[in-house]
Design a protein around this ligand. Structure first.
Ligand code: AMP
Length: 149
């Protein structure tokens, strides 16, 4: 079996993704694999230049990106103090598409995500992002369910 050298974990800062992150971090340490944290800013593509003037939309986008960057920094300070073998990416787009795309670009060996996210919605079996990533990813995917969930 091929060793894990890069493990990507999809982070939306929910309890479920925190739980998936803990497992991904353990696996990264065990296999000395690089841990890649990816957060996708859900991009409201349809709104661009339509409902809001271009300039204010750009400004809004910039502020959202800065906010996401700060959240990620504080997450890493809290959970990865003293650990160096990791990288973070914040990308705009559709979460399931970008998670898969980023994993492919980085030749990740495994994608790790929670079974549901910030909305807490239980879409039959998985949250929709988890379901789509499992269905569409050509790379192996590990979903992590919260205990008592
Ligand atoms: P959901 O489909 O929103 O219920 O989320 C299922 C899991 O997908 C979460 O626990 C995260 O691991 C991941 N996820 C959802 N949304 C995002 C996002 N915007 N960026 C990164 N990961 C996400």
């Amino acid at each position: 079996m091929k060793d894990f050298t890069t493990i990507l974990v999809a982070i939306d800062f929910s309890e479920s993704s925190n739980n998936a992150f803990a497992l991904a971090l353990n696996m990264s340490k065990k296999y000395s694999a690089r841990l890649v944290l990816v957060h996708v800013i859900n991009e409201p593509v349809d709104l661009r230049g339509f409902y809001v003037p271009h300039i204010s939309f750009e400004k809004l986008e910039e502020e959202i990106e800065q906010g996401a960057g700060k959240l990620m920094e504080s997450f890493c300070r809290q959970h990865l103090e003293g650990y160096e073998n990791y990288e973070t990416f914040i990308v705009p787009g559709l979460p399931y598409e970008k998670i898969i795309q980023q994993a492919q670009e980085l030749s990740a060996d495994l994608i790790v995500l929670g079974t549901h996210g910030r909305t807490g919605l239980d879409h039959v079996l998985f949250g929709s992002t988890a379901e789509k990533v499992v269905r569409k990813s050509p790379l192996p995917v590990l979903t992590v369910r919260l205990q008592n969930d």
